[in-house]
Design a protein around this ligand. Sequence first.
Ligand code: AMP
Ligand code: ZN
Length: 474
Amino acid sequence: MKFYNTLTRKKEEFIPLEGNTVKIYVCGPTVYDSPHIGHARTYIAFDAIRRYLKYKGYDVIYVVNITNVDDKIINRAKELGEHPLKLAERYEREFFDAMEKLNVEKADFSPRVTEHMQDIINFIQKLIEKGYAYVSEGDVYFSVEKFKEYGKLSHQSLKEIKAGARVEISEKKRNPLDFALWKKAKEGEISWPSPWGEGRPGWHIECSTMSMKYLGETLDIHGGAQDLIFPHHENEIAQSEALTGKTFVRYWLHTGFLLVKGEKMSKSLGNFITIDELLKTYDANSFRFLVLQTHYRSPIDFSFENLEKAKRAYKRLANALDYLKQKLEGANGEDNTKVLEQYKEKFFEALDDDFDTPKAFAILFDFVNFVYKSRMDRKSTEEAIKFFEDVFKIFGFKLEKKIDRAKLISLAKEFISEVENKEEKELIEILIEIRAEHRRKKDYKIADYIRDKLKEAGVIVEDLGGKTRWRLER
Ligand code: AMP
Ligand code: ZN
């Protein structure tokens, strides 16, 4: 597999450092407001990459941090008269809930800054000892001139950075490009004790500290959106490589922005749609489709028109899978396994080429056309179903669970006469009534039998507070 590496500006063969293990760190959210669909774009893209690496058989360790103390959080908390850590906790919960709704798999570790203060302080202390950082009136700064390769990720010289950057001029810094590792607390601000006085860490140092703590000194993949290349990731490299003298990250992957009318969706521009708002009217699969049909490095122009198109396209995929499942029982056409192999090969070739999802989808839709045109035998149909199910797993599309009608009918026939022309809902309700009868008679064996068989058919029966309810399996 190949990935485009921002550091070398080339597509490179992906070979993890330690055998089969892939260590990934993706910069997490600053939790001071509700997550929007721009964030969702980045986390869905990396979720799919992670899922694909897992599908290929790698053991992936995936870390996404939570920035729960920072200027924006402190300011927002002041506005709302809330404790900053309480505010952060509230938005962290929202972020996790939103990710779950989008079917983004949980990270293996989601470390919070506030729980790693000592690690961060130790890291900074070592940078001072090594001469890369200096203390200035209660702040600590990283001296960019000391790190000879500063600028290698964003491909700029110090001179170019100086000309282009909007840097904070401060008397406390030796060089305007130096960045804060530790910030002295202002009066009344939340703070932690340190050898340099009360304060809190700068933003960049948390990612170097926490990524190395959970993944070791060298990571395979580090990700985030393109706005993080400079200064955030440039600074992470400087801090980390200054400390260890080793390569910090082997493959730097950066996602393109989600745009609205040509502008980046962001909290500060006020042009954002929260994930919760979106999911009130659209399902997660349609949005995931919208995201993944574009290459992860390219921008996405968000509009409801495009989302509507994505919804229809997703439906076409899901329908093709349903169609195959329906055809399976009576499938007696041709052996198409060779044709299927060719489609699969091209599909995976596209994903192996820097996760080229637009190309992969194009091949998939060609295959959808083939599915409707051809008459397949049972083996080919089975293999085609398996292919679709793998695709859904890789892209994180969640299949709606349906009732297994055949299983429901077979259960119903054991207890009810005239089953065939009854609706599924009616059959389930009659069976639940029969089960209740048996429970009243304390005949739990039959009651449990009905419950278990309903579960096999995709129907979950729950007894809560003396009442029995049923729902479809999730
Ligand atoms: P933040 O909470 O602003 O630090 O953002 C968390 C992550 O989401 C970072 O990797 C950002 O670069 C990314 N992100 C924020 N806005 C967008 C957007 N409009 N499109 C894509 N990624 C974004
Ligand atoms: Zn980061």
